[in-house]
Design a protein around this ligand. Structure first.
Ligand code: R5P
Length: 318
């Protein structure tokens, strides 16, 4: 099976970078809109029998990008491709993975069912809101994590007296692993939500006084959680605050809020397109393109992906 890369329209910059690392051109796709907003899509070259990797981040506008992905998978299936692998750097609806109140939908599961039914053979993604979401899919699901990339960057900066902070209970496992990797202590916050995208920190376990506090979260959406965590850290006497977040959704005035907050640096990954407004030195974006290229190469050659998780072996870490 020949390796083919196809980009949806949501994250062309990342797709081009991956294509460069793999020295494999992107197979052209025509994507247009009908007058009523419906999507027209056609893969322009032969893909029969090929091992196709579709790169589509389900970032805003999420519903449009999801529909485009499904239509692309359908087109590929009907073109008799050998295997359809979906590289979805940001998987939308992941936060809706349970019923928090009665009569709600579990849209993360609904999306999993739709993607599976579309005919995809595999999903590759990074930093799901909750790891167990993998089980919603009945097809191979390769889930990668971003914290080792942040840890590597911080290690290089040789930051002294660091503490890793989980901004809520859900982030504890990720923060604990990062603290373990860097051999530094952990602090945990209790966050309450009083409305969608509105948060407050009520309690904190751990000592952050006079330390460089590194908050690690899966995403920054409106920035509400990070701003609340930052104030709590300031009140508890942290000397310096660094934020690490995988998915830079940065909705509404998030950038402005982060600029104003007492944060020295915001480290992000490029799972969603990075807006031009992130010009200030406060923001540093680390690209996942080299890792994605390695993942694709290994899957294509049926090689183990476990070997990429070297950070899991403390003896060889960083
Ligand atoms: C929530 O539990 C997530 O891990 C993020 O902390 C949250 O979704 C970020 O959203 P916002 O930036 O709007 O607070």
């Amino acid at each position: 099976m020949a390796l083919k890369l196809i980009a949806g329209s949501s994250h062309p910059v990342l797709a081009k970078k991956i294509s460069k690392f793999l020295k494999t051109p992107l197979t052209p796709v025509i994507i247009k809109k009908f007058a009523d907003g419906e999507i027209y899509l056609r893969v322009s070259e032969k893909v029969r029998g090929d091992d196709v990797y579709v790169i589509q981040s389900l970032t805003s506008p999420a519903n449009e990008n999801i529909m485009e992905l499904l239509i692309l998978v359908d087109a590929l299936r009907r073109a008799s491709v050998g295997r359809i692998n979906l590289l979805i750097p940001y998987l939308a609806y992941s936060r809706q993975d349970r019923k928090a109140q009665s009569r709600e939908s579990i849209s993360a599961k609904l999306l999993a069912d739709i993607i599976t039914a579309s005919g995809a053979d595999r999903v590759i993604t990074v930093d799901l809101h909750a790891n167990q979401l993998q089980g919603f899919y009945n097809i191979p699901f390769d889930h990668f994590v971003g914290y080792p990339m942040f840890a590597e960057y911080l290690k290089e900066k040789n930051i002294k007296n660091m503490v890793i902070v989980a901004p809520d209970m859900g982030a504890t496992k990720r923060a604990d692993k990062m603290a373990d990797l860097l051999d530094v202590p952990l602090a945990i916050m209790h966050k309450v939500r009083y409305a969608h995208n509105m948060a407050d920190v009520t309690h904190m376990i751990g000592d952050v006084k006079n330390k460089t506090a590194v908050i690690i979260d899966d995403m920054i959406d409106t920035g509400g959680s990070i701003v609340a965590a930052t104030s709590a850290l300031e009140n508890a006497g942290a000397k310096k605050i660094i934020v690490c977040a995988t998915h830079a959704l940065l909705s509404g005035n998030a950038i402005e809020r982060l600029e104003k907050a007492n944060i020295s640096q915001v480290l992000l990954l490029d799972t969603v397109p990075i807006t031009d407004s992130l010009k200030s030195k406060k923001f540093k974006v680390i690209s996942l393109a080299p890792l994605f290229a390695k993942i694709i190469k290994r899957i294509h050659r049926n090689k183990s992906l476990g070997e990429l998780f070297t950070w899991e072996n403390k003896a060889t870490k960083l």
